[in-house]
Design a protein around this ligand. Structure first.
Ligand code: COA
Length: 259
């Protein structure tokens, strides 16, 4: 069954759409179904690792209650590149390319999150100590990297995506339904239809500073860095960089006061 070696997986991933787009992957590959699946879900891993990951996530992924939390906290760590103490993972969490995911101490990932480090040349996702990821939040790489500093709190239903490098510095709180979009843009000057583009255009890395409060429903666009100790009002769309110690609100976000 394991007809796809790691070398083949590397070649397969190189040929695939770097956005990790399922459609593109399935269209381009000549390989067998399990090899597709393994490349998309588990990345450049051995067949044995993929089988172990399948068994663990199938048996424990949706197990309810304290038993589920306990067993996932004891058995999921072996899936990741590195994990500190006391990892708590809720129900129905989707984990992709776990060997490119590094997790600190006391991290909580709530129910229904997606943590996806997909990409062929990226480093993946790194979370510091005491990070909290609220339920339904989707953190994913499009061949980019994501660094989440210690004590960062991401509320429910956020989208965090990177096709370059996205950093959320220590102690920052992100309100529910916020979108942090680092790269992942389409070229509207290109004649190629958007659906055929790779969607990884970018203005550069995105940094959200230390000790910021990003209100609910905020969208931070590519390259719109936010300095340390900023507050961004609920519903804002940040389109340009915000200097440190500022309160910014609105669409597009404008600084209304120094804090
Ligand atoms: C920004 C915020 C913190 C208020 O801060 P504040 O210092 O009390 O600011 P003010 O109420 O004095 O508002 C300053 C100006 O910004 C405007 N403003 C405040 N919040 C705004 C928002 N979210 N969107 C647009 N404008 C806003 C005010 O109307 C005011 O405008 P004006 O000077 O023309 O009257 C608050 O409005 C906010 O958005 N909180 C986020 C709440 C949230 O998302 N919670 C989720 C939990 S993480």
């Amino acid at each position: 069954m394991d007809t796809m070696t790691n070398t083949n997986i590397a070649a397969f991933e190189t040929s695939m759409d770097t956005s990790g787009n399922f459609k593109a992957v399935l269209k381009k590959s000549q390989s067998c179904g399990f090899a597709h699946y393994r490349a998309i879900f588990w990345g450049k891993t051995s067949f044995g690792f993929a089988v172990k990951a399948e068994i663990l996530t199938s048996l424990l992924g949706s197990m309810p209650g304290a038993a589920g939390l306990f067993l996932r906290s004891k058995l999921y760590p072996s899936l990741f590149a590195s994990v500190g103490k006391k990892l708590l993972i809720g129900r129905n969490v989707t984990i992709r390319h776990p060997q490119k995911i590094r997790i600190g101490n006391n991290v909580i990932i709530d129910d229904n999150c997606v943590i996806d480090a997909k990409g062929e040349t990226n480093h993946g996702i790194t979370m510091g100590d005491n990070v909290f990821i609220g339920r339904n939040t989707n953190i994913y790489c499009k061949n980019g990297d994501i660094f989440i500093g210690q004590n960062v709190n991401l509320s429910a239903s956020c989208i965090v995506v990177s096709s370059n490098k996205l950093t959320i510095r220590e102690g920052t709180v992100i309100g529910a339904f916020s979108h942090l979009l680092s790269g992942g843009e389409y070229d509207y000057t290109d004649k190629m239809p958007f659906c055929e583009q790779r969607g990884i255009k970018t203005k550069g890395e995105l940094v959200i500073g230390r000790n910021c409060w990003i209100g609910a429903g905020v969208t931070v666009l590519d390259g719109s860095n936010i300095g340390d100790h900023c507050v961004i009002g609920a519903g804002a769309v940040v389109t340009t960089p915000i200097p440190k110690d500022r309160l910014a609100v609105g669409v597009p976000a404008k600084v209304v006061k120094a804090i």
